[in-house]
Design a protein around this ligand. Structure first.
Ligand code: MLT
Ligand code: ZN
Length: 468
């Protein structure tokens, strides 16, 4: 840790003097580590990294930043896929990783109060210790932080049953850009007293305030479940099987991936569960608390086979087998990382999925004739991940330029189908040019106005979501 005199930047020296408990890092390795997220597209170049251990220090950092007009990038686990936590222009990274504790459990309200730097996995473990669950879940659970989940209104693999992060936030403590501490909703179940600012902060990608404490709602654990992997003959079958299973079973998850996705995840160490290759696969999990539920699942499966919507399938017989089936889906992101994928994360209403898939498939095969495109995602929520893989011999800049061109066309397709350019990853830097395909000019103008009220000097995560 540098000594006070080590800060050649007089502003940093002042900050260090004001907050003796604040950890301030300026070593090149630290700037590189904290200045990027999982996008890997921008070269990190922050001014410094501030690691507070308490709320007072967050207030002091933001007051200091507002006074000196230093841009601040709030930072959690940096697992984001849209560049929301990238610091590439001399910003101060405000990492919440030291604020990573559980602060309390309330058995009557069934809430867990946590600091923002706690990982999603640690939240799951803490809820389980009290016989309850925190139901938001996705593959980055071990590395992402709850503060980042709130900033992007994270979704994941259980949205079909439990909804997005927004549904599970009972209260938030937030520090504004001018260093004021707000206590939003105070975990009240009912509170009809005007604007609910808590919901403005959720999904704001760190542009309206910094979450310093969150009170999370917890739920009863679901009944015992069964996990099934299904092989499907074509795209049309995806939504037919979804309708069939949703009408007959109580679904906990319904996820899909293609043969191309399976090829990558198998090459990355996952175990094949169905012999032969089929164009589409579904991993689904549903309540199976008694024999009737298991019989219903079998009957649904058989009906799907008779209709020709399902061509093969396996049911996990143990937790280890269920994990192996889930790895085929959850391991995809990691298996693609070395190909520097360009990621689209889009959604339409569930009813619009078949027509949208049809148009999207035509667009992607026309625009990416020689580029590998991997589809997977939360099809039961109308959310598709399209990962475009960079050919080895293609220049990075040419690849991004081509993907951005196709994303413009994709945004037009989404607009026609009433969809969103970001379902769950956020807008960040990657998608801000396409925001107008999902939000009207009037909405974007209001968003800018709200930001101007909460952050008059535009110090909080500037350039993310939209340009000020
Ligand atoms: C996932 O659901 O696995 C991720 O959100 C998708 C991605 O890496 O594109
Ligand atoms: Zn996802």
């Amino acid at each position: 840790m540098p000594t006070l005199s080590a800060f050649t930047d007089i502003r940093l020296a002042e900050l260090a003097a004001t907050c003796p408990d604040l950890r301030l890092l300026t070593e090149p390795g630290d700037l590189e580590h904290y200045g990027r997220d999982w996008t890997r597209r921008w070269t990190p170049a922050p001014l410094a990294i501030a690691l507070p251990a308490q709320i007072d220090d967050v207030c002091a950092v933001l007051t200091w930043a507002n006074r000196h007009r230093v841009a601040v990038v709030p930072s959690g686990g940096r697992t984001g896929l849209s560049g929301g936590a990238v610091a590439a222009h001399g910003e101060l990274v405000l990492s919440l990783e030291r604020m990573n504790r559980v602060l309390g459990f309330d058995p009557v309200d069934r809430t867990l109060t946590v600091q923002p730097g706690i990982s999603l996995q640690a939240v799951h473990d803490a809820a389980r210790e009290h016989g309850l669950i925190y139901p938001v879940d996705f593959a980055a659970r071990g590395s992402c932080s709850i503060g980042g989940n709130i900033a992007t209104n994270a979704g994941g693999i259980r949205v079909i049953r439990y909804g997005n992060t927004r549904e599970w936030i009972a209260g938030l403590k937030v520090v504004t850009a001018t260093g004021k501490l707000l206590d939003l909703n105070r975990a009240l179940v009912k509170n009809s007293s005007g604007y609910d600012l808590r919901h403005l902060l959720i999904g704001a990608e760190g542009t309206l305030g910094v979450v310093v404490e969150a009170t999370l709602k917890l739920a009863e654990p679901p009944p015992p479940s069964q996990t099934m992997l299904l092989a499907l003959p074509d795209m049309e079958a995806l939504m037919q099987v979804f309708s069939l299973f949703r009408s007959r079973l109580s679904l906990q998850a319904f996820e899909f991936f293609t043969d191309v996705a399976q090829k990558h995840v198998l090459a990355h160490g996952a175990q094949r569960a169905i012999e032969g290759d089929y164009p589409y696969y579904v991993v689904t999990e549903f309540d199976a608390n008694d024999e009737a539920a298991t019989d219903a699942a079998l009957a649904a499966f058989e009906h799907g086979m008779e209709q020709g919507w399902i061509v093969d399938g396996v049911v996990a017989q143990s937790e280890a087998q269920a994990s192996a089936l889930w790895r085929l889906r959850e391991g995809i992101t990691e298996s693609l990382a070395r190909h520097k994928p360009y990621k689209n994360d889009v959604s339409v209403r569930i009813a619009a999925v078949p027509a949208f898939l049809h148009d999207m498939q035509a667009l992607l095969s026309r625009e990416y004739p020689h580029i590998e495109v991997v589809w997977f995602g939360h099809i039961g929520d109308g959310n598709l991940h399209i990962n475009v893989l960079k050919p080895q011999d293609m220049d990075d800049a040419d690849f991004i330029a081509q993907c951005e061109h196709v994303t413009t066309l994709l945004a037009q397709t989404l607009y026609r189908h009433g969809g969103s350019i970001s379902a769950e990853h956020g807008i960040g830097l990657v998608k801000k040019h396409y925001l107008h395909s999902t939000r009207s000019d009037e909405e974007i103008a209001l968003m800018r106005g709200i930001r101007a009220v909460l952050d008059p000097n535009r110090t909080l995560n500037p350039g993310k979501l939209f340009d000020d």
